[in-house]
Ligand binder design. Structure first.
Ligand code: C2O
Length: 560
């Protein structure tokens, strides 16, 4: 294992990823941000120098941060934002995981302004865990794209009675697309530098494409003309190859696809990523067919394109399902069986029922709710800081709860700060019942969870999903149904549907659990788990973290 150091300056730039110029937030002037590629066991040191006008923070999505909760990068939860002109050093060791991840801004919706990039963690056992060997390994980032800054979009998204999220202006693959500027006459547009991404792949070989949906809101349906492919990884869990002709991917999910370049009908094929527009409102489509973004899969032989120039693939009969047949829900994860067998614990210590909804909250604004609670981050005094201090000083509000598990409405104001806490290592079930017509891809920081089940309608009860209820919320495996479920870190509660998750709360600290649609988490669809209270009570807040907080509220709120 080794230490890998990165020096990143956050800078505001103007760029035209699809032709249209817009302000963006970048790392070292680069969009998308640089790739982090490391081995399991490596220590990453990322020196962030914030030269943006916005306060910011960086979250390494899916990285466990075991013992380094202070490095999780969630503004208002584990840290104060990095105010403009300030620096912060993220330092953590990547252990117990490998696969495909990413990093993104975790202050407001800054990821949609460009603040993101891929993280690839290699494992010593990668060859064994990936059951199909492959010649190349590429990252494919999909993103809904907006021609305006997220701060403005957010204002309208939260407007009273707005009832809908901002509609993307288009989409990008690895930060690229090529829009027809004449269709956008009122915009500043120059598409001569924009391009369709091209993947040069040797013919007659297997290639690993790591898909990451880095977008704010849109689901993508992915397909490659004339090809089937194998899915071999789900959010960092290596899975037994399962063959598909199309892939649905929600915001923040990752899937690895093995593509075999074995077709003889042509030398290049379209990779299509289509935003599934009926996941929002059918009437609000981005103009000019912009809901589909394409890349070129170009077959090469011995490193050269088989044709002398890259020729755009001809339209072919696609194997894409008609959009109306597509539903805004996760791929059936029971199809993706982990290669390394890690059964879920048979018994849960606690089961929590969470109602999720978007409704009108205070000041008649659109808000996202878990039960009665809508999250408002305290940027000056993050949850972790309040918790560590409270536990250390043995403040009564913290100590009165410190030996018991459950919702802590004593130390935290339940209205805006929904914290569930556990002492010691506990097995926790979450049943999310979604009362919203839209879907919510839920992400848990610091852990992977087992997907016990998900579906439409009301949660049918544990018995119906093969589990037995034992007394008060204690549950037991009935039929070996827990044997080898997929472990992942984003799973979706579909519109008017349910999602049942199980995880081991063994990672000390405060971990966000939220809808990963940027407009929804910003509306407050966020709650928190305080795990290993016993351990957190022994912590002290690192000096560098305390220093971030003395910036003054006005500075901390910039770009939030
Ligand atoms: Cu990918 Cu809370 O984030």
């Amino acid at each position: 294992s080794q230490v890998r150091e990165y020096n990143w300056t956050i800078v505001d730039i103007v760029a035209n990823p699809d032709g249209v110029f817009r302000p963006m937030i970048s790392i070292n002037g680069q969009f998308p941000g640089p790739l982090i590629e490391c081995n399991e066991g490596d220590t990453l040191v990322i020196e962030v120098d914030n030269q943006s006008v916005n306060a910011t923070s960086l979250h390494f999505h899916g990285i466990f941060q075991n013992g380094t909760n202070f490095m999780d990068g969630t503004s208002g939860i584990t840290q104060c934002p990095i105010a403009p002109k300030r620096k912060f050093r993220y330092e953590f060791t990547v252990t117990g995981q490998s696969g495909t991840y990413y990093y993104h801004g975790h202050q407001a919706a800054q990821a949609s302004d460009g603040l993101y990039g891929p993280v690839v963690v290699h494992s010593r056992d990668e060859k064994k865990l990936q059951q199909i060997s492959y010649a190349t390994d590429r990252v494919v980032m999909l993103q809904d794209h907006y021609h305006d800054l997220s701060s403005g979009l957010l204002v309208s998204a939260l407007e009273p009675g707005s009832e809908s999220s901002p509609i993307p202006d288009g989409a990008l693959i690895n930060g690229l697309n090529q829009r027809d500027c004449s269709a956008l006459p009122h915009r500043m547009c120059d598409n001569s530098t924009a391009a369709l991404p091209t993947f040069d792949l040797a013919a007659n070989a297997n290639h690993r494409l790591r898909f990451i949906n880095v977008g704010a809101f849109a689901w993508f349906q992915v397909s490659v003309d004339e090809h089937q492919f194998a899915i071999t990884e789900v959010d960092g869990t290596d899975t037994v190859p399962a063959y598909e002709s199309s892939l649905m991917i929600s915001p923040a999910q990752r899937y690895s696809m093995i593509l075999n370049t074995n077709q003889t009908t042509a030398d290049s094929f379209w990779l299509r990523a289509r935003m599934v527009t009926h996941c929002w409102k059918e009437s609000q489509l981005p103009g000019g067919g912009a809901n589909e973004v394409k890349a070129i899969i170009q077959y090469t032989s011995s490193g050269h394109a088989r044709s002398s120039t890259t020729i755009a693939p001809q339209p072919t009969s696609t194997n894409t399902n008609p959009e109306f047949a597509v539903q805004c829900k996760d791929m059936d994860t029971t199809r993706y069986v982990p290669v390394s067998h890690e059964p879920a614990p048979a018994v849960a210590d606690h089961s929590y029922y969470l109602r999720s909804n978007l409704e009108i909250g205070d000041w008649r604004l659109e808000r996202g709710f878990f039960n009665q609670s809508t999250f408002r981050p305290n940027l000056q005094l993050p949850t972790l800081h309040r918790t560590v201090e409270g536990l250390r000083k043995r403040n009564e509000s913290f100590t009165s709860m410190s030996d018991s598990d459950g919702v802590n409405a004593v130390a935290y104001d339940l209205k805006n700060d929904f914290v569930i806490q556990h002492t010691g290592v506990k097995v926790v079930d979450l049943i999310i019942q979604n009362f919203d017509e839209g879907n919510h891809p839920m992400h848990l920081h610091g852990h992977k969870f087992w997907v016990l089940g998900q579906g439409h309608g009301m949660f049918p009860g544990y018995e119906s999903i093969g589990l037995r209820a034992e007394g008060q919320g204690v549950l037991e495996d009935n039929q070996g149904g827990l044997d080898n479920l997929t472990r992942r870190d984003v799973a979706t509660a579909e519109g008017f549907g349910w999602l049942a998750l199980r995880f081991v709360a063994d990672n000390p600290g405060v971990w966000a659990f939220h809808c990963h649609m940027a407009w929804h988490s910003e509306a407050g669809l966020v709650m928190q788990f305080l795990s290993r209270v016993d351990e957190v009570a022994t912590w002290e807040i690192p000096e560098a973290n305390l220093q971030l907080c003395d910036a003054g509220l006005e500075e901390l709120e910039k770009g939030a």
